[in-house]
Write a protein that binds this ligand. Structure first.
Ligand SMILES: [Ca+2]
Length: 407
């Protein structure tokens, strides 16, 4: 059975013209006068079409980013939310055929300022790196790999996932990014011949109807030959999802296809404990923030202890994320965690991990850098797992610019 493309998840917006006219419909004529004056100060000529409360602003090649910032600065939050906009090529008048392309001005400005994410998605410049999840009792034994999304600039340098998700959210492209991220994880895992379990992230906010939106993911797993019982889908930001019933339906859908499911970031600000009861995941992942310093901070230790205990009672397996010191590893081992993951074991890598060296048993607290990202690879590597260093690639955490990401 081939998967039908989901229009919401797989359609990208048309590219915005390089030069042309930005048409903005405003709530009041007064708003138009104010905006026209503000734009004139920035060197943008505009004309007012009184019959429609509409301001037409011309822009030259490469000016759309700066024009969109000027429009944003020239309107209040309420005005921005009320305004609608359309971007046209030079000398074109809006016609009835353009109706479906009119969008909230905030969304159009977001697209104008983040055209790079549209280009990146259109050109499929996404890849996945992998970080091993190991058995807590014997960290040299690999249980799974978590696939972690990375973007690629046209020059091949990597874009951090936070920037990808922020830009996609701003442009209402989260659905498109999330489905591509899941497919990249499965394809890259197959290409890397990963034979362990595979943890794949997904955001419930990027799925309308599981039966429809997840077809492509399920089909991709089959197509690349990854057995469903090896795949664990991780719900990210579950605590931000107000509709628990929605998340439950998604998890049921995955389970119906033989996959297993995990709740990510459990314990971040007490989140996830109710969800553990309501959703009965196969795994929970204890949040990095909770694990950092758990061996030295009694408050964190009390919470982590309760979470691990509750998971055991419910038959849910546990992964402690963000293990960076031998003291943290020792603490989670002695409190019954099933699996661990973190820089102490291995950093994410473009290639799969085949084996890891044995971990020393003596446990002097050995602090590693506490930042999750090491810009441009400046921090020391993990103590134990050093995967193919020649394949490790630095990640640039600076936001890409439109100019640096053009086709
Ligand atoms: Ca995750």
């Amino acid at each position: 059975m081939s998967a039908k493309p989901c229009a919401r998840c797989e359609t990208l917006p048309d590219a915005l013209p390089d030069a042309g006219r930005l048409v903005v419909w405003l709530p009041l004529a007064h708003t138009g006068t104010k905006l026209a004056a503000a734009l004139a100060e920035q060197g943008f000529a505009s004309s007012w079409v009184g019959a429609e409360d509409r301001l037409d602003i011309e822009f030259a090649a490469g000016q759309l980013g700066s024009l969109s910032r000027a429009v944003e600065a020239g309107l209040s939050g309420v005005e921005l939310r009320a305004a609608r906009a359309l971007c046209l090529s030079p000398d074109r008048e809006p016609t009835v055929r353009d109706v479906h392309r009119v969008m909230p001005v905030t969304q159009l400005l977001g697209l104008a300022q983040s055209q790079w994410i549209v280009n990146l998605l259109a050109e499929d410049r996404l890849t996945s790196h992998f970080q091993p999840i190991v058995h807590a009792e014997d960290p040299s034994r690999i249980f799974a790999h978590e696939a972690l999304l990375r973007g690629r600039r046209p020059d091949g340098t990597l874009v951090a996932p936070g920037l990808l998700f922020d830009a996609a959210t701003q442009c209402d492209l989260l659905f498109q990014l999330d489905v591509k991220a899941r497919m990249s994880a499965l394809r890259q895992a197959a290409a890397n011949q990963i034979t362990s379990h595979l943890f794949v992230n997904f955001s419930p906010a990027a799925i309308y109807d599981p039966a429809f939106c997840l077809q492509r993911t399920v089909a991709t797993a089959r197509e690349v030959g990854i057995e469903s019982e090896r795949v664990v889908f991780e719900v990210i930001e579950s605590s931000h999802c107000a509709d628990v019933e929605h998340v439950r339906r998604i998890l049921e859908h995955y389970r119906g296809h033989g996959f297993r499911v995990a709740l990510d970031d459990v314990g971040a600000g007490y989140s996830g404990l109710n969800l553990m009861h309501q959703l009965r995941p196969d795994f929970i992942k204890l949040d990095t923030e909770l694990i950092r310093g758990v061996d030295r901070e009694p408050y964190k230790a009390a919470i982590a202890h309760k979470v691990l205990q509750l998971a055991r009672e419910l038959g849910v397996e546990t992964v402690c994320e963000g293990i960076e010191t031998l003291g943290e590893l020792d603490w989670v081992q002695s409190h019954g965690a099933n699996y661990v993951q973190g820089f102490l074991i291995a950093r994410p890598s473009a290639t799969a991990f085949v084996a890891l060296p044995a971990v020393p048993t003596a446990a002097p607290a050995s602090a590693l850098p506490s930042t999750a990202w090491s810009p441009l690879g400046s921090s020391p590597g993990p103590l134990f797992g050093r995967a193919a260093p020649e394949r490790r690639q630095a990640i640039d955490t600076r936001p890409p610019t439109d100019a640096g990401l053009g086709p």
